[in-house]
Design a protein around this ligand. Structure first.
Ligand SMILES: [Zn+2]
Length: 435
């Protein structure tokens, strides 16, 4: 497939953060040309870019995609109650049908809202890989480890199943296997050490939760006389392959440890605020130390969307408000977190995350001919503060147009929604609100 985008404003997100008014030519899965001068070639798709802004595809570095089925199933509850009475009992009943339906629903939402790549850690990741591939989206899938086993496998089976999972997907173009020890409070030091070994052996990224709540930090300290970051360091997890989700309760010393190790942090502002985790990921300090900080939504059970535009705005506002300083978390830094820094966290910044010749075409086109985007003095400001995900005009992944002007090419919206409703009802045993 070839795609030609004409006369758009392009936020390249390259090294110099150049903004170019011009054309983009995509051939196969690569960006062949980005130019201020007109590119005149034939293409399968010719997109009129006037009054439109092109940005690199948004990268969501922390989610649990099938949890879309539990969207709005347990709101306004304290974390422990929420987990014990709503989430865990339902998760214990998960099966391949529910996972498949929930994944498709999440993929549909992501494609419509401009996410081109996501990092997931959940169960039945083989199913998630199959659905992601079919939908045509880039996915980094974490095989989960929990000391009490998962809804899919008993603990004793996890290591061998993980290796089969890795072998199945390691050469795939769109789906990359990763390893996902859930956290320091659900994985023993031995489990963490073994995960670190597998990560080393297969060169796998590691996804995990780190210092999300104060309760977690106290718990881990009581058990191991170490805080979560120290526990990850002791067990070999804290290295440049690790993506630590949350880090809301880390110290300045831990910021330095994370930066020194080359690990990255996935910031999930909406989920943190909704669950009232109380801690604030120290964004200015992490950036000052040179750590990679990316952006995630977390699962739709605690967000309640997979909307990266919303997460960008929340991230910016959260830190400004917390620091009593409107200058922190500026629009450019936030857009970086959702694009090129996300690519860095996933070790694919040489391939995606910016719009440059030779890179893979993962792009999003935003329709700026909207009242909420008028007038426009600074498109970066608008992308972060004024855009709504409904302003996404087209989503392109791996050079393929997955959605344009609401038309989807890899998913049937009505079918996906109908199936998700059915599975949500079956899984929870509760009737849906009739609308
Ligand atoms: Zn999470």
């Amino acid at each position: 497939m070839s795609v030609l985008i004409k006369n758009a404003l392009i936020l390249t997100q390259d090294k110099n953060r150049r903004k170019i008014k011009g054309d983009i030519y995509i051939d196969g899965n690569l960006i062949r040309e980005v130019s201020e001068n007109p590119i005149d070639v034939e293409a399968d798709f010719k997109i009129d870019g006037r009054k439109k802004v092109v940005i690199p595809g948004l990268i969501n570095t922390h989610t649990h995609i099938p949890m879309t089925l539990l969207r709005g199933y347990g709101d306004d509850m304290i974390l422990e109650d929420w987990l014990q009475t709503r989430i865990w009992p339902v998760e214990a009943k998960l099966d391949r049908n529910a996972i498949s339906a929930g994944t498709d629903l999440g993929l549909l939402e992501m494609i419509l809202t401009g996410t081109t790549c996501f990092a997931d850690m959940y169960f039945f990741e083989d199913v998630i890989g199959e659905r992601a591939k079919k939908a045509g989206i880039r996915a980094f899938l974490g095989f989960s480890f929990l000391d009490f086993g998962t809804p899919e496998y008993k603990f004793d089976e996890l290591f061998s199943r993980c290796e089969s999972f890795v072998k199945r997907w390691r050469k795939d173009d769109l789906v990359t296997p990763t390893i996902a020890p859930h956290s320091t409070y659900t994985c023993s030091p031995e489990t963490l050490e073994k995960c670190a070994e597998i990560s080393e052996e297969y060169n796998l990224l590691i996804q995990t939760h780190c210092s999300e709540t104060q309760h977690e930090v106290h718990d881990v300290w009581r058990k191991y006389k170490a805080r979560p970051v120290e526990q990850f360091k002791r067990t070999g997890i804290l290295n440049n392959r690790a993506i630590l989700a949350h880090c809301g309760w880390i110290t300045k010393g831990e910021v330095r440890e994370i930066a020194r190790a080359g690990a990255s942090v996935s910031h999930n502002p909406v989920s943190n605020m909704k669950l009232a985790t109380g801690g604030f990921m120290p964004l200015p300090e992490l950036l000052k130390e040179g750590a990679t900080v990316s952006l995630g939504t977390d699962g739709a059970a605690s967000n309640n969307t997979l909307d990266m535009f919303e997460s960008m705005k929340f991230a910016a506002l959260l830190h400004k408000h917390h620091r009593w300083d409107p200058c922190v978390a500026n629009a450019q830094e936030i857009l970086d977190m959702a694009t090129i820094e996300g690519a860095k966290a996933l070790h694919i910044d040489n391939k995606v995350g910016s719009i440059e010749e030779g890179k893979i075409a993962d792009l999003v086109i935003i329709d700026f001919d909207k009242p909420n985007l008028t007038p426009c003095f600074d498109p970066v400001s608008h992308v972060v503060y004024a855009c709504r995900s409904r302003d996404v005009y087209a989503t392109i992944v791996d050079g393929k147009v997955l959605m344009i002007d609401g038309k989807l090419f890899t998913l049937d919206k009505d079918r996906v929604i109908e199936r998700a409703n059915k599975e949500a009802e079956r899984l929870t045993g509760e009737p849906l609100c009739s609308i």
